[in-house]
Design a protein around this ligand. Structure first.
Ligand SMILES: *Cc1c(COP(=O)(O)O)cnc(C)c1O
Length: 360
């Protein structure tokens, strides 16, 4: 029997690699590889999830009304222009499935999030990369790569894995100049100034995606959402699973978005410890751009040096991300941990440097 043939493009997808969470033989591990919230989940969300678990025999809400209204109140939005997904990853997939197909191009930047080419290929479309300028989204380069075939453009702001941002003005230029739908991925928007929702409010060709996985501390619950034109939200609602979000996940996310104190604490702690981490890394001779997110990208002299430092950190139970697949073989992306996490990664790199000097 011949092997069933998948749709064109699917076998060209490189399997997405998440951040590791364990090191064989090392018990005391700090995970700084997936940009999770080092404070843990909001206690309010854990409590709401526990209560909701008593109803797990019932199908969940299909319209997510209660969560959409909580999001709309919090961000001053129209609840009818919100759609919720299984992480923002699901929404990226739905956008590609709905708006891009064979013959269409999906534009993203050189060091953009790896899900963009994955969702493009899954939909049979062709991913197209625009170069970045000094590890920053380059508006002119994106506009230059756009063609009549450009159906979708994905831009993360702040960007992952660089942590850099572009201005509201630049985003406006993109929206004005690009054909098709512009998707502004706001996975880290809570940590920075965010003009994207305002822009989406005013336009019929811009969608903003957001997530509960990062600043809201609910990566394991898998909840994301998007804000966009009514017509686009209507399309996504037609193709998403009617029960895509569980009762427990919906309850946790609603509690988290209403817990403004917890978000403030997360953002303030992150800003303080990010400065400390950045200063420490620069002091150890690494190149680090100003990050507006909950991670920093540290650049070494070479790929070999980054790999050696990564291995040394792992031996100490410190797991960071070596972003080779993002075009940074010489880099390590380090999530801003709690006080102890920041201390352990800086101590680990310091001992790596000391060993290097001893060997030289
Ligand atoms: C983490 C991340 C996401 C989405 O994560 P979900 O958990 O699926 O919501 C989206 N975009 C970027 C750039 C990210 O780093």
């Amino acid at each position: 029997m011949p092997m069933p043939t998948p749709q064109p493009g699917i076998m060209e997808i490189d399997l997405y690699q998440g951040g590791d969470s364990s090191v064989p033989g090392v018990a005391d591990v700090v995970k700084l590889s997936s940009n999770e919230n080092p404070l843990g989940p909001p206690p309010s969300a854990v409590e709401a999830a526990r209560r909701a678990a008593a109803d797990m025999h019932l199908y969940p809400s299909t319209d997510h009304r209660s969560l959409r209204e909580a999001i709309a109140e919090t961000y001053d939005l129209d609840p009818d222009r919100i759609v919720c997904g299984v992480g923002s990853d699901e929404i990226l997939h739905l956008l590609a499935q709905a708006f891009a197909g064979p013959g269409d191009e999906v534009l993203h930047t050189e060091h953009g999030f790896l899900m963009y080419p994955i969702v493009a290929r899954a939909a049979g479309a062709t991913p197209v990369q625009a170069p970045e300028a000094m590890r920053r989204v380059d508006v002119a380069a994106l506009l230059d790569r756009a063609t009549d075939a450009t159906a979708l453009t994905f831009v993360a702001n702040p960007a992952n894995p660089t942590g850099t941002t572009i201005s509201a003005q630049d985003i406006n230029r993109l929206a004005n100049g690009l054909p098709g739908l512009l998707v502004l991925d706001g996975a880290y928007a809570e940590y920075a100034e965010d003009a994207a929702l305002k822009l989406a409010e005013a336009r019929d060709d811009v969608v903003v995606t957001r997530t509960f996985s990062k600043a809201y501390g609910l990566g394991g619950m898998r909840v994301g959402w998007a804000y966009g034109p009514r017509a686009v939200i209507d399309v996504l609602n037609r193709i998403r699973g009617p029960f895509n979000l569980s009762t427990v996940a919906l309850a946790a996310a609603e509690a988290a978005v209403r817990d403004r104190d917890r978000l403030r604490e997360t953002v303030e702690t992150n800003a303080r410890l990010r400065s400390e981490l950045t200063r420490g890394l620069v002091g150890l001779g690494l190149e680090v751009d100003q990050s507006e997110a909950n991670f920093v990208l540290a650049r070494f002299a070479s790929e070999a040096e980054a790999a050696a430092c990564d291995a040394h950190l792992r031996s100490l139970g410190v797991i960071v991300r070596h972003p080779r697949a993002y075009g940074f073989p010489e880099g390590l992306r380090i999530t801003v941990g709690d006080e102890e996490g920041v201390r352990r990664v800086l101590d680990g790199i310091a001992s790596f440097r000391a060993a290097q000097e001893a060997a030289a």
